[in-house]
Design a protein around this ligand. Structure first.
Ligand SMILES: CC(C)(COP(=O)(O)OP(=O)(O)OC[C@H]1O[C@@H](n2cnc3c(N)ncnc32)[C@H](O)[C@@H]1OP(=O)(O)O)[C@@H](O)C(=O)NCCC(=O)NCCS
Length: 157
């Protein structure tokens, strides 16, 4: 059965291939195998008869903020609703944890706008700047668009 679930450790090598594909296409930042193992519990995957068709991760920054990272759908599986299912899974987890806001840095703002995210400036994410951006070689000419979604506690989306 096709469904969203947590990855198994035996799937991390396959997860790496999916992430590498998206990195080589210029869609997302690279992730090393070590990072994937260390953060594997942040991830959800979608598996079909060909293997892993998609992944996403929810990375907690603070008690008030989490980042949605590494959202990838295998090329042949795109535009079938899998990206939406993966996004819904991390949003549901953020709501369960009572995290009031989730953000993403993306090159596909249209996809996230359809899900209710709004564009913000990177200065509105000082924790992210300190943690990652300040060390990024593209800091001065970043081509990713920061977007945020409010998750009011008590309201189900
Ligand atoms: C972006 C991505 C995750 C979307 O996944 P998907 O499974 O193809 O998306 P869905 O089928 O759930 O599409 C949901 C909606 O978004 C739209 N959409 C999907 N991809 C889009 C894109 N690249 N640009 C604009 N809109 C897009 C769909 O048309 C659909 O609209 P609808 O609800 O009006 O029909 C997928 O295209 C992908 O993996 N891209 C490469 C990696 C990437 O850019 N990841 C984002 C990192 S932040």
């Amino acid at each position: 059965m096709h469904r969203i679930r947590k990855p198994k450790l035996s799937e991390v090598l396959e997860l790496k291939k999916l992430v590498d594909y998206a990195y080589k296409m210029g869609f997302i930042l690279p992730r090393t195998l070590e990072e994937l193992y260390e953060n594997v519990r942040d991830f959800y995957v979608y598996a079909d008869e060909r293997g892993l068709a998609g992944c996403v991760s929810l990375h907690i920054d603070t008690d008030r903020l989490a980042e949605i990272r590494t959202l990838v759908v295998r090329e042949d599986a795109q535009r079938k609703g899998i990206g939406s299912l993966l996004l819904n899974a991390v949003i549901a987890e953020a709501r369960d944890l009572e995290i009031p806001q989730v953000y993403v840095l993306t090159r596909v703002p249209e996809f996230f706008e359809k899900k209710g995210f709004r564009r913000i400036s990177i200065e509105q994410l000082p924790y992210k700047i300190r943690k990652d951006c300040a060390r990024c070689p593209k800091f001065d000419n970043c081509d990713e668009i920061p977007m945020i979604l409010d998750l009011p506690i008590g309201e189900k989306g």
